[in-house]
Design a protein around this ligand. Structure first.
Ligand SMILES: C[S@@+](CC[C@H](N)C(=O)[O-])C[C@H]1O[C@@H](n2cnc3c(N)ncnc32)[C@H](O)[C@@H]1O
Length: 311
C-alpha cells in the first residue's frame, strides 16, 4: 500500500472538509459539495504529475471543473482527459431542471452537450474532451495517476474500463475514485472491486453524505483476470461474494450509510433470484437506516425487496 496515501488520507480527510472551493460558474451536476471539495483537493494537493488525470462520466463538467481547478491552483501541468457520450438523456434534463437550470428546456433529448461542457471547462484548465461510449473507450495516453469513474456502473462497462485503463495505472501510486460505489443500484462496483481487492485497496470513504469511494492501485493486475468475468468467485460462490462485500463494508463507519450500502448486496441477490437471502440482508440492515435512507429505498431504490420484507 502506498505509504503516502495510507498515512495522509485520514489526515487530509479533515483538511479537505475545510477547503474553500474556488468559485466556478454553476452547471448541472450529480456530485455533492463534499465530492467537489474532495476532487478539488485531490487535484491540488495529491496529484503529483507522474501520470495523466482521466475522467469517465463528465456530463456538464462539474467534477472535471473542480479537479481541473485543483490542478490549476496547485500549479500542476498534468494532462487531463475526459470521456463521455455527451448526449443529453431525458432523466438528465429532469435533474438539471430540478437544480434550477430552466434553460435546459432549450435542449432536445440526445442533444450534443460537449460544446457546453467545453465552454464551461476552457477557462479553468486545459482538458481534452472525448465524445465516446464507454464500450468504445480506448487509451494511448500513457501512465494514469488519477482515474475518476462516474459513468461505468454496470458490469460490462466496468470491465471494459478496467481492461482499457488499468494497464496504465501506477502500482502504489494511482488513485481510482468511484462515484456511486455506495449506491445500491451500482452494486457491480463493490462486487468487482471486492473481487479485485488484491489489486485495488479501498483507502477512503470520504464522507457520510456521499456514495463515493477512493482506491489506491496496489500492484499490477494481470489483464487475464478480466478475460472471463463469469469466473469471478463472487458469481460462483455465495460465501465468497458475501465475504468480498463485507470487506468493502468494513470501511463504512456510519451505521446508516453502511446499511444503505448493504442494500446493494440485497439487490444483487434479489435480481439473481435469491430472494430469501435478499430479504434476510434487508431485514438485518433496515434497523440501522436513517428515516430518509429507509424512505429512499422503500419508495425508489429497492421497492420490491422492501415490499417483500416489510409489507
Ligand atoms: C452521473 S453523470 C456524470 C456527472 C458528472 N461527473 C458531474 O460532475 O456532474 C454520468 C455521465 O456518464 C455518461 N455516460 C453514462 N453511460 C455512458 C456510456 N455508456 N458511454 C459514455 N458515457 C456514458 C453520461 O453521459 C453522463 O454524462
Amino acid at each position: 500500500m502506498n505509504g503516502l496515501m495510507s498515512q495522509n488520507i485520514p489526515k487530509i480527510k479533515q483538511a479537505y472538509k475545510h477547503i474553500k472551493l474556488p468559485k466556478l460558474s454553476p452547471v448541472p451536476t450529480m456530485i455533492t459539495d463534499d465530492e467537489k471539495q474532495y476532487l478539488y483537493w485531490l487535484g491540488r494537493d495529491v496529484v503529483s504529475g507522474v501520470g495523466a488525470v482521466v475522467e469517465i462520466g463528465t456530463w456538464f463538467g462539474c467534477s472535471a471543473g473542480y479537479l481541473g481547478a485543483g490542478l490549476r491552483d496547485g500549479s500542476k501541468s498534468v494532462p487531463f482527459y475526459c470521456f463521455d457520450r455527451f448526449e443529453l438523456q431525458g432523466i438528465e434534463k429532469r435533474k438539471a431542471r430540478e437544480q434550477g437550470f430552466d434553460h435546459i428546456e432549450e435542449l432536445e433529448v440526445e442533444a450534443d452537450i460537449m460544446p457546453i461542457t467545453a465552454e464551461h471547462l476552457e477557462s479553468i484548465y486545459s482538458i481534452q474532451l472525448y465524445k465516446t461510449y464507454i464500450d468504445k473507450n480506448s487509451w494511448t495516453g500513457g501512465k494514469i495517476e488519477l482515474l475518476h469513474l462516474d459513468a461505468p456502473k454496470r458490469e460490462s462497462d466496468i470491465i471494459h474500463v478496467l481492461k482499457t485503463f488499468a494497464p496504465f495505472l501506477i502500482p502504489e501510486k494511482s488513485i481510482i475514485v468511484l462515484q456511486d460505489f455506495g449506491m445500491p443500484r451500482a452494486y457491480s462496483l463493490p462486487l468487482i472491486f471486492g473481487e479485485l481487492r488484491e489489486y485495488f485497496e479501498l483507502v477512503d470513504i470520504p464522507s457520510e453524505n456521499s456514495t463515493m469511494a477512493v482506491f489506491v492501485y496496489k500492484h499490477q493486475m494481470p489483464n487475464l483476470i478480466l478475460s472471463d468475468p463469469e469466473n469471478f468467485s463472487f458469481k460462483k460462490n455465495t460465501r465468497d461474494c458475501i465475504e468480498g462485500w463485507n470487506k468493502m463494508a468494513t470501511y463504512y463507519t456510519n451505521p446508516s450509510q453502511k446499511a444503505f450500502f448493504n442494500f446493494g448486496l440485497a439487490l444483487y441477490f434479489f435480481r439473481k433470484g435469491e430472494k430469501e437471502l435478499a430479504v434476510k440482508i434487508a431485514k438485518e440492515n433496515a434497523p440501522y437506516l436513517s428515516v430518509e435512507k429507509a424512505e429512499l429505498l422503500d419508495k425508489r431504490l429497492c421497492t420490491r425487496i422492501w415490499k417483500l420484507a416489510f409489507k
